[in-house]
Design a protein around this ligand. Structure first.
Ligand code: ATP
Ligand code: MG
Length: 429
């Protein structure tokens, strides 16, 4: 579980702001959910023999003896909330959420015990149009963040009947090659054989390459759905690879599944994973409701962006107010509060804790501020303020204090236009 320090939080803020704006732009509404749910919810939805439920959940008894679990993912809680608050009655819903998830995994690069996901869920739409929309939305995430080296992988897990029949064929095939299966795969052979296809162990590669493919045994409805999706992706100009071995680690998926993967992150290559889960709402006590969603792993996305030098949302102050002497300290506080009233988006850092002129200027520089505002004995007497540019070759000047608001407003106008220029709104992506 990580601490995220001030040097990296601007990257988080930038990513979150971009993704939030895109989700909102596609008509998705935010939903905020508790971090803890009844353990049973996850056992019933994710599946009892999945990695998550078998060995990754943080489960504890609360003071009443109820078994609770820190959420390992967002979909189950989202469906629970929708059912509890009647959000799915005869209507479609497009929802998104952002927050920490918890899994007791072996920590390694790109794999943590508390990690963050931004996810979206769309309910009530059965056709491939919504699958295509969600994929277009995720493609736009990468486009707007300037990420190029990602590939879309697609598969269809078919209907549950087709999956059942396929499962039997797969088990029979794997039984015939028992001596070539690794320990993990033998353990899963009867409990969760589809998951064996997802094995990352290279020694399993030749057996798995020869395994029968679910994609070749889809029933006509699933085939039509999948072909419909491929056609829409072509219309949208989104390139994809079909990966017949793509399965998800959670039991509730069927038909469309997809992942965005990158070669830049080593073994933990999946940035975003999603798929259709038409059976889950009913399984959790609601009326049958088609549904599809995805989740983006933010730590992996941010690792990729940091490596590419993405700056995120700048948080350095615009100005740093230096005050030397007691009278200047008093006047400085008043002036600062006045400026904050008049210029609500001004980022102004006030020197606190004293220090001589030189020491304070050093702090001003270290703060990253563009301007130092200087208030010494002379300025206090004259009702002025000296302005020193810290990042530009411009001469220092002294202004009457009552002109400072106007002066700063003009500076902010210029800087905001350059620094917080938003490529999404500017229509340049
Ligand atoms: P994997 O096979 O890598 O364990 P998963 O099937 O468990 O993946 P999902 O539950 O689909 O993953 O989660 C969606 C995304 O969340 C992943 O693609 C990844 O980006 C991120 N993610 C999942 N588990 C972790 C983790 N322990 N640490 C960091 N990110 C994670
Ligand atoms: Mg996992």
């Amino acid at each position: 579980m990580n601490d995220y320090l001030p040097e990296t939080t601007p990257i988080w803020a930038g990513v979150e702001a971009t993704l939030r704006e895109l989700l909102t732009g596609y008509g998705y509404s935010e939903i905020r959910l508790p971090l803890v749910e009844q353990t049973e919810l996850f056992a019933r939805s994710i599946g009892a023999v999945t990695d998550i439920v078998e060995k990754e959940m943080y489960t504890f008894a609360d003071r009443n003896g109820d078994s609770l679990t820190l959420r390992p993912e967002g979909t189950a809680g989202c469906v629970r909330a929708c059912l509890e608050h009647g959000l799915l009655h005869n209507q479609v819903q497009r929802l998104w959420y952002l927050g920490p998830m918890f899994r007791h995994e072996r920590p390694q690069q790109g794999r943590y015990r508390q990690f963050h996901q931004i996810g979206a869920e769309a309910f009530g739409m059965a056709g491939p149009d919504i699958d295509a929309e969600l994929i277009c939305l995720t493609a736009r995430f990468w486009k707007c963040l300037g990420i190029q080296e990602v590939t879309l992988q697609l598969n269809s897990l078919g209907s549950s009947a087709a999956r059942g029949a396929y499962r039997d064929r797969l088990v029979a095939f794997l039984e015939a090659h028992l001596d070539r299966l690794d320990e993990d795969s033998r353990r899963r052979l009867y409990s969760n054989p589809l998951r064996i296809l997802d094995s990352k162990n290279p020694t399993m590669e030749p057996v798995l390459a020869a395994a029968p493919r679910l994609m070749e045994q889809l029933d006509p409805d699933s085939r039509r759905h999948f072909d419909g999706l491929l056609e829409l992706l072509e219309v949208a100009g989104i390139a994809y690879e079909i990966n017949p071995r793509l399965v998800r680690g959670l039991d509730y998926y069927g038909d469309t599944v997809f992942e965005w993967v990158t070669e830049r992150l080593g073994a933990q290559a999946t940035l975003c994973a999603g798929g259709r889960y038409d059976g889950l709402v009913e399984q959790l006590g609601g009326r049958p409701t088609p549904a599809i969603g995805f989740a983006v792993g933010l730590e992996r996305l941010i690792a990729l962006l940091s490596e590419a030098g993405y700056a995120g949302l700048k948080t350095d102050p615009d100005a740093y107010l230096v005050t030397v002497g007691e009278a200047a300290g008093r006047q400085g506080l008043m002036l600062a509060e006045q400026l904050r009233d008049r210029l609500p988006d001004l980022r102004l850092q006030l020197n606190c804790g004293g220090g001589n002129f030189k020491a304070q200027l050093k702090r001003a520089d270290r703060s990253g501020a563009r301007l130092a505002l200087l208030l010494g004995e002379d300025e206090v007497k004259a009702g002025g303020v000296a302005v020193k540019f810290l990042r530009e070759a411009q001469p220092q000047q002294t202004l009457p204090q009552e002109r400072l608001t106007e002066f700063l407003a003009a500076c902010l106008d210029d800087w905001r236009r350059l620094a917080e220029y938003n490529p999404i709104r500017a229509g340049e992506v």
